[in-house]
Ligand binder design. Structure first.
Ligand code: GLY
Ligand code: MN
Ligand code: MN
Length: 461
């Protein structure tokens, strides 16, 4: 494991975070990083990813470690590597060195955690083996992060309050993740003319991320079937005339994420139908970003995207009616069935391990409306929040061929006009937008999104 040198002291940042936590709660907290899971035997594990709540306060991705936070103090619990591990893994930093790096007040072995659990709050780690340990130490069952109660719920609310907005150290990391993701997308576009399969473009994009000692912040989507929202197949051939949708983001070694989507023509030139729809999605994207500012409701940004998309589809003759009325009856969701975006931070879909606790303002619940049910963030925006803006247009057979939708929207959709757009399966344009005191800053702005610029990036690199 690498101990990083950063310009702002990591220890100072972590101290500040736990002091802020101490202002919100008055009980001890134990957070576990989690175990790595073996693929077949312990020395062949799946890649380890520390729990994000642990990372936020401990700063480093330490496997099989725990921290106790109380009144602004930090205790680190981890075992030093067995002497024999040096043969396989080289010399690793010792507990005391790590403790100093992260500004821990004390450093103890894991077995010393045994008697510390009573009265402490925690959040379940998404790893079965770790939740068993958590239950043992806390001496009570701890399982699902979706139905926390008591002090665990209070802790989750306090952590959500802190993690909703980003401090300076987090922003340094988030900018790094954004910059490398931008580079990956440029390389992916430039690699397309010579590539024969989706997999080759994915490899070019992830190659950039890996070469910067980062990893992907979610499984890459690089697909000619953009209508499959989280497609994870890469075997399709790249054929001229099709679009390629790439949703690929980097994660820094400290765990901070980026999340970018671009959609480009494999030939390097959009067809006129593809260009028409692309420009509608881009208009929605730009309108949403222009509206981002502290105090603005994210739900209203989603509804703005829906309206701009509905207007564009009316202009193209695909939808019929008044755009605002069309949004009221969720007609936009036939083609834009997901939310306009989500929180971004230590995770893509940041803090969704807590269900809607972070994404939804207290007292708000998910809508059961077709056009609003997948809205993942429903809060007024605050300076320091990082959100994605990712409108899209998709022709999803399961939605468009659904008998109920066919009946409900029979006279709303001009099915014949729609059939002319068969070469547009899925388009999404996604950027990472920081809410600032006066408006917003697009952290991924270095990656162009105008249709002609995209064509140039594909053909000229
Ligand atoms: N990359 C997943 C998403 O955009 O939500
Ligand atoms: Mn996203
Ligand atoms: Mn994405």
């Amino acid at each position: 494991m690498l101990i990083h040198n950063t310009s702002i002291s990591l220890a100072d940042t972590l101290r500040h975070r736990r002091q802020r936590l101490a202002q919100l709660i008055d009980f001890p907290v134990i957070l576990w990083s989690g175990h790595s899971s073996p693929r077949n035997f312990p020395a062949n594990p799946y890649p380890f990813r520390a729990s994000s709540h642990f990372l936020y306060f401990a700063g480093l991705p330490l496997p099989n470690a725990a921290i106790c936070l109380e009144a602004g103090k930090l205790e680190l619990f981890m075992d030093n590597p067995e002497p024999s591990s040096a043969l396989w893994h080289g010399e690793m930093p010792k507990r005391e060195e790590i403790a100093e790096k992260i500004g821990a007040d004390t450093a103890r072995t894991m077995s010393e955690l045994k008697h510390r659990g009573t009265g402490a709050a925690s959040i379940p780690v998404q790893n079965y083996r770790t939740t068993l340990v958590q239950s043992q130490i806390l001496q009570r069952p701890i399982s699902s992060p979706y139905d926390l109660e008591g002090i665990d719920l209070e802790l989750a609310k306090a952590i959500a309050t802190l993690r909703l907005t980003h401090d300076a150290e987090a922003l340094i990391e988030l900018r790094k993740a954004a910059a490398i993701s931008v580079e990956a997308h440029k390389v992916g576009m430039a690699a397309t003319p010579k590539a024969k399969l989706e997999a080759e473009v994915r490899a070019a994009m992830e190659g950039v991320i890996i070469a910067h000692n980062m990893t992907t912040s979610y499984n890459s989507i690089v697909t000619v079937h953009g209508e499959v929202l989280h497609n994870e197949e890469y075997h399709h051939p790249l054929q001229s005339g099709n679009l390629l949708l790439a949703d690929v983001g980097a994660e820094t070694p400290m765990g901070w994420a980026a999340d970018i989507t671009r959609t480009w023509p494999i030939s390097g030139k959009f067809s006129s139908t593809q260009r028409d729809i692309y420009d509608i999605v881009l208009a929605a994207h730009d309108a949403c970003i222009a509206k981002i500012s502290p105090g603005v409701e994210y739900r209203d940004i989603h509804l703005l995207a829906a309206k701009v998309i509905a207007e564009g589809l009316v202009d193209l003759g695909i939808l019929q009616g008044n755009p605002e009325d069309l949004v009221e009856i969720d007609a936009h969701a036939l083609f834009f069935p997901h939310g306009i975006g989500h929180l971004l931070g230590l995770d893509v879909h940041d803090m969704e391990d807590l269900g809607d606790l972070a994404g939804y303002e207290e007292g708000r619940k998910r809508s059961d409306r077709f056009g609003l049910g997948y809205l993942r963030l429903n809060r007024p925006l605050q300076s320091g929040m990082l959100v994605t803006i990712e409108p899209g247009f998709y022709q999803v057979p399961a939605i468009l061929n659904d008998a109920n939708n066919r009946a409900k929207y029979q006279n709303i959709v001009n099915w014949e006009s729609l059939s002319k757009f068969a070469d547009v399966r899925g388009i999404r344009i996604e950027d990472d937008v920081l809410v600032t005191d006066v408006g917003s800053e697009v952290l991924t702005a270095a990656l162009q999104n105008q249709a002609s610029a995209i064509e140039d990036l594909v053909t000229q690199g």
